[in-house]
Ligand binder design. Sequence first.
Ligand code: NA7
Length: 541
Amino acid sequence: MIENQVKDFDAVVIGAGFSGLYMLYRLREAGYSTRVIEAGDGVGGVWYWNRYPGAKCDIESIYYNYTFSKELYQEWNWTSKYPEQKEILSYLNYVADKFNLRKDIQFDTRINAAHYDEVSCRWKIQMNDGTSVTAKFFISGVGCLSATNVPNFKGLENFKGDWYHTGKWPQEKVDFRGKRVGVIGNGSSGVQAIPEIAKEAGHLTVFQRTPQYTIPARNYLYDPSFIQQTKENYEEIKRIMHGSPTGNGIQIRNVSALEESPEERSKVYEEAWQEGGFAFTSTYNDLFTNEEANKTAADFIRAKIKEIVNNPETAKKLLPDYFFGTKRPILDTGYYETYNRGNVTLVDVKNDPIVEITPNGLRTMAEEYELDILLFATGYDGMTGPLFNIDIRGRDGVTLKEKWEGGAAVRTYLGLGTAGFPNFFMITGPESPSVLVNMPTAIEQHVDWIADCIEYLTQNSLDTLEPTREAEEEWSRHCREVAEMTLYVKTDSWYTGANIKGKPRSFLIYLGGFVYYKQKCNEVSASGYDGFVLSSRMTLQ
Ligand code: NA7
């Protein structure tokens, strides 16, 4: 029930995904009044919204969970190596129930604006239902990929069929049986959805702009005895997650791809390909920093595509030529094989661009395709998109978007906070390792740091904390320098913001590794928050 009177909380958190749920748990355990505001009618975040056919996580389930509660780890049973969306959503619902979190979550509500009031040192938070609350701490758990991107194609409003975005999928099943279906986009979402839809649709047309490298997931059901073992090894799994550069069990072989002979390399790649999953990206230590090394992996996958896809013309269209792994690596189940089906057509929209959506389908320069259902697997305005969708204003009424010049000048300290926005924390914010680490691990580390920081302020009778301009300049420069040493910045991708028309190009994921990053965060807190300004209202007046 929505109350009209203005309420004051210690903390308001945006979003009830992995981040928001754990943040709520930590703050409430410490005795802080906390309200989570969630746009959906249930918990789950991305796993609430991404219900498209084939939606799965491509991190092993035994690592894709919280570690803060041993009891929770003992109680939950994952059924397969790569968990399906439904299973992850059930897990997060289980967490919400087990820790009685729902009572502090306001569902079906969006935050429109959050303005910092310098007199009261509180955030005033305005909701889309007209209500508002105030809070000492304003914490973003919006996630890196929650602002969906529906490209502004001419004529979409006239389309007579149904259309969907993979990241805003309806709760009820979409019936593709016998239908003419079009899919625009072949990133992780498209690559997962396409094989599943092809099995059901009358005809499926895939509109591809950039061909992708994808590696077979080779998912399988876990043996219950294996799950039992992981429970017995909970401490070890937790240690691996929180002590490794990627926050999961993946170990990168410390060998250059150029050190081994072509024969040895082929053998290594073939074994990894047969094993499936991210074993392939972990074969050599210089795949993402050395162009020549990268080419060896890219050539291997291109050869696989030619081998799998029967029609040489289709195979040719599917051959990627960017640096392997510099767009988010993808795992698939029968993706390339899908193009051998009689009911699937691949259209290369780089050479034959989409001109408009028509009432009956989609028209490219060369042809019109009649469609009953159109699917946008066109991704997200990543990292800054979800934050810019909210009118967040810090000191002097300056918006986050203004301060960061619409994304051209993002400045954060450790991705956790930004100068001029006191007591505003970002969980897995821009310039933190975020999506290049196993997300639940990155989230737990951030939430723990933020919760400890809030406790420190309380214990020391301090009211506000915000980064200094110098500290954030230095951190942002360091992030850019590390990114420049890699091949990631050379590719158009959502990592670089190139997927959104007009978005300034930048690289907002910290690439120095989770272990170093965590150590740096710990040093900052141990030093009494070096790089932050801490103050009490007494000193402010
Ligand atoms: P992605 O990975 O951003 O993929 C989006 C896809 O949509 C990609 O193939 C894009 O082609 C394509 N796209 C985007 N805009 C257009 C237009 N205007 N015309 C044609 N094609 C377009 O999003 P996903 O949802 O698949 O995955 C997001 C993340 O979720 C993923 O990285 C994992 O971390 C989980 P492009 O390559 O830009 O040419």
